[in-house]
Design a protein around this ligand. Structure first.
Ligand SMILES: Cc1cc2nc3c(=O)[nH]c(=O)nc-3n(C[C@H](O)[C@H](O)[C@H](O)COP(=O)(O)OP(=O)(O)OC[C@H]3O[C@@H](n4cnc5c(N)ncnc54)[C@H](O)[C@@H]3O)c2cc1C
Length: 414
């Protein structure tokens, strides 16, 4: 076993995956996390019996790293139904996966969201994305790729833009590589968009439970990192490590490493407003998406997590998540959100009670993989920006960083 001193900075999913990998190879480490909780961007709050995730997030259990690193059964996952209810002006249409929701085949085929040919092309996209791996960002943007595949503008604007907008946190499909859309399409086809019984925070909680508690230093922000392995604390202290895994968000990596790390490209933002209601605004747990083209308000999509996991709300109540994405997401107020969804759900929406706002200014990096940024001298990098902006990307980058260092230090897998 190595007696090297190893530090991990950042206790999000990437830092936790790196820690798990080091532990599996018998390499001791110390993990420094700035905030009072582990999990980074994957956290949940408890509020009067409701579970409020920090922004609307889902886990796709088909993610290969989720299968490799998480005990999915213990998370007690349940999924949204495969598809979406699309509102175009005041009219609702259902787009569902005919393989997994055969009862919706007719409504899907004849919905006004796209042509019948569009629906057949979705099936072609599904079979084309089977077993797909991600080899980095394609030169073809998501918009070009969908057009090349023959999808109509109507189908792109009413379905792909808001559905994937909720995942990419931008409605601009020209700002996302087609390869990432196809890659995610694979996991949406293979699994349901799921949430754990006890909130998204159950994911980092489960990962941390496997780690030695005395290796974890919470509330310990690091001020700077030198590429020779020196860590500077906020109080002016210095600690020398033989190796550092830096698993912070892209802008924080730039702040800590200064000129050794490129200036990040502007990140993506989102805001989720949580409401409670006595009656759910929909009967089945589909995502509800805004099929009106860009510029038609703030709301991108609405979800009712308590229809998926009743544990998200106290008995007799429902939790409603109203989501905005992109640069203006933070301008959505509870009043504006209700005003926008009344045409969808009727005046009953006026009775919804506002619970909490979860704005996330740095939600996703705009980088879709950076193989050139893997390590600098004694510092190995980890984080979603190195792979894909997703839970899969964060888990993969952390595991790779931990394993690469463990092998360098002569550790052996247990
Ligand atoms: C609103 C929202 C919705 C999302 N939806 C989905 C989704 O549906 N599906 C999906 O797969 N992904 C989704 N994601 C993306 C996913 O959550 C992230 O890709 C992933 O959690 C990133 O993990 P990470 O470890 O790379 O970074 P982070 O989680 O950001 O972790 C970095 C950690 O470093 C710590 N840190 C920073 N600076 C310092 C310092 N100086 N000293 C010590 N510690 C420091 C931070 O406190 C943080 O804990 C979403 C993200 C958001 C915000």
């Amino acid at each position: 076993m190595s007696d090297s001193k190893v530090a991990i900075i950042g206790g999000g999913l990437a830092g936790l995956a790196a820690a798990k990998a080091l532990k599996n190879y018998g390499i001791p480490f110390t993990l420094f996390e700035a905030s009072k909780n582990l999990g980074g961007r994957v956290q949940s709050d408890r509020h009067d019996g409701f579970i409020l995730d920090h922004g609307f997030q889902i886990l796709l259990p088909a993610y290969p790293e989720a299968q490799a690193q998480l005990d999915l059964e213990a998370l007690d996952l349940r999924g949204y139904l495969p598809g979406a209810i699309v509102f175009h002006h005041h009219r609702a249409s259902l787009i569902a996966d005919p393989f997994r929701k055969p009862s919706a085949i007719l409504s899907t085929a004849f919905s006004s969201v796209g042509s019948f040919a569009d629906k057949l092309k979705v099936l072609a996209l599904r079979s084309g994305s089977k077993m797909m791996t991600y080899e980095g960002p394609s030169n073809v943007t998501a918009l070009q790729g969908l057009r090349n595949a023959g999808f109509s503008d109507k189908m792109i604007d009413r379905f792909f833009r808001p559905f994937y907008g909720g995942i990419f946190l931008t409605a601009d499909l020209n700002d996302v590589p087609y390869s990432f859309l196809q890659y995610l399409f694979r996991f949406f086809s293979e699994s349901l968009a799921s949430i754990p019984k006890n909130g998204m925070e159950a994911i980092p909680t489960q990962m941390a439970a496997d780690l030695p508690a005395d290796s974890l230093r919470l509330r310990t922000p690091v001020k700077a990192v030198d590429v020779d392995g020196t860590i500077h604390g906020l109080d002016g202290s210095k600690l020398q490590f033989d190796h550092v895994i830096l698993a912070v968000q892209e802008p924080a990596a730039h702040r800590l490493l200064k000129s050794n790390f490129p200036t990040p490209i502007q990140a993506r933002s989102s805001q989720t407003l949580y409401f409670s209601a006595d009656i759910a605004p929909i009967d089945e747990p589909y995502l509800v998406i805004n099929g009106n083209a860009e510029g038609s308000g703030h709301v991108n999509h609405v979800a009712v997590p308590s229809l998926v996991q009743p544990n998200y709300a106290p008995k007799g109540k429902h939790l409603i998540a109203v989501n905005a994405v992109g640069r203006d997401a933070h301008q959505m107020t509870a009043e504006k959100a209700i005003h926008e969804v009344i045409p969808w759900f009727g005046n009953e929406a006026r009775a919804w009670k506002f619970l909490s706002a979860k704005p996330v200014y740095f939600a996703l990096p705009r980088r879709f993989g950076s193989p050139e940024l893997k390590s600098i001298d004694k510092v190995t990098l980890a984080g979603d920006f190195l792979e894909t902006p997703s839970i899969q990307g964060a888990l993969l980058s952390g595991r790779k960083a931990g394993e690469a260092l463990a092998l360098k230090l002569g550790g052996s897998s247990r």
